[in-house]
Design a protein around this ligand. Structure first.
Ligand SMILES: O=C(CO)COP(=O)(O)O
Length: 250
């Protein structure tokens, strides 16, 4: 039985003072019925991993380079993330695709590099508002999925996060029917490509304005195995109820 996953992406938020929130999250869930992951900014990773040690909370990075080392000023490799104590990394977030012109082909190489280093790759996909309005959502998802997900993907090493770009940080969320449609589509494509067992084992997260108030409804949707949460993961008082809502479905 695959465990559901409540993941928090702190994005470019948080100095050392923010670690107090991580302490609160770890203390509030000593025996979680779901996996919990916090992805703080790089400078907090090693300390975050120390704080989370012995708790059900795992720590992840928000991006990695596709190469293991070398002349890439300002970048971080998957092996370096492992060295901090991180066990996962987000790749292909729409903010990386947009701000850093990351293509799906590059995202695939980052995911491959992360998996080869022993990290769980959380690969993000999602359509823009214009793409949804033009009824291109499933075509966009199909293309991103085909190109961003490496052949070495298994249920154990990869998580897919569906994050409609227009729902991120906007307070807008798709209807549960819209989430259902995309998640079912992703599941079918994964099963077709990786086979019944692995295709079904890859966890599918929904991300985009998940809050304590809408989490239960989103988690009741078929093929939603958890959430990738931005703003509401920054404070324990917001993230804990989301974890609990997911536990209620586990
Ligand atoms: O981008 C997200 C998580 O990666 C979602 O962000 P928000 O939850 O702030 O909308």
């Amino acid at each position: 039985m695959k465990r559901k996953l409540a993941a928090g992406n702190w994005k470019m938020n948080g100095t050392r003072a923010a670690l107090a929130e991580l302490e609160k999250i770890a203390a509030a869930h000593p025996e979680a019925a779901v996996d919990i992951l916090i992805c703080p900014p790089y400078q907090l990773l090693a300390q975050a991993a120390d704080i989370a040690a012995g708790s059900p909370v795992a720590i992840g990075g928000q991006d990695c380079h596709n190469e293991a080392s070398g002349a890439h000023t300002g970048d971080i490799s998957a092996a370096m993330l492992v060295d901090t104590g991180a066990t996962a990394v987000i790749v292909g977030h729409s903010e990386r695709r947009e701000d850093h012109n990351e293509t799906s082909a590059l995202v695939r190489e980052k995911a491959r590099s992360a998996i080869e280093a022993g990290l769980t790759a959380i690969i993000c996909l999602g359509e823009s508002e214009a793409q949804r309005d033009a009824a291109n959502t499933l075509d966009i998802i199909a293309g991103q999925l085909a190109t961003s997900v490496p052949d070495i993907t298994t249920g154990a090493n990869t998580v897919i996060a569906y994050e409609p770009v227009w729902a991120i940080g906007t307070g807008k969320t798709p209807t549960t029917e819209q989430i259902d449609e995309v998640h079912d589509f992703i599941r079918a494509r994964l099963v077709r490509r990786f086979g019944e067992t692995e295709g079904a084992a890859i966890r599918l997260l929904y991300g985009g304005s998940v809050k304590p108030g809408n989490a239960a409804e989103i988690f009741a949707t078929d093929n939603v195995d958890g959430a990738l949460v931005g703003g509401a993961s920054l404070k324990a008082e917001d993230f804990s109820p989301i974890i609990k809502a997911l536990e209620a479905t586990a």
